[in-house]
Design a protein around this ligand. Sequence first.
Ligand SMILES: [Zn+2]
Length: 270
Amino acid sequence: MPELPEVETTLRGIEPHLLKQRVARVIVRDPRLRWPVPVEVRKAEGQKFIQLDRRGKYLLLKLEQGGLIFHLGMSGSLRILQSPLSPEKHDHVDIELENGICLRFNDPRRFGAFLWVDGEMESHELLRDLGPEPLATEFTADYLYERSRDRKVAIKNFIMNGHIVVGVGNIYASESLFMAGIHPQRAAGRISRLRYEGLVTAICDVLSRAIRQGGTTLRDFVNSEGAPGYFAQELLVYDRAGSDCFQCGGPIRQKVIGQRSSYFCPACQR
Ligand SMILES: [Zn+2]
């Protein structure tokens, strides 16, 4: 599933091809995505892309008036076609530019989204209540500490809540809690300010490392052979149940927390 680093990498991959370019045609082959694709997406036709951004796992493609939102869902990907290529089964959306380049959206499971926004994009209902970006300066230990007081929710669920902080998915939550030595089930309200400092550092570290790794895949966005892959990462605990902890040698455990598989070392994480 595309996580924040893949979405950031997608943004960096498509941005140079779209910015300041004018849309010729928006083709929707199958509007049945997570939400039906609105007919308004055709308002993009004739307009130039003036800015591309990411907010959480949403891609914001701003036009002269209004803009388009993509979400990659469970299995979506975007790529740039520099010459026409006939669509395949799950190629649901094409945005053709006047210069002949095409942005193609592929999504086998159709949990992704393609939406239109009139006016300010950040005021869209999907975006306006989101928490801070994990790599932004306002995401601090003090912020997490204040927001977590009197909260009994497990810390793993707390940091995966998009109203608290966006884009910390299941893999990155497990990895950063291990790095910070915090047990994933510990109540968010019972973690000290000092330990939150370690957690904020770990979240930033694990996400920026993944984004740096994604940088090596940027050329894949113009690869006509297929969709850009999601980059493999070196993981410390995620998907390593039963394997030796890299820190203490004990076994990594798996447990379902908040309906998601969680991986941790019971000896190193308290
Ligand atoms: Zn350990």
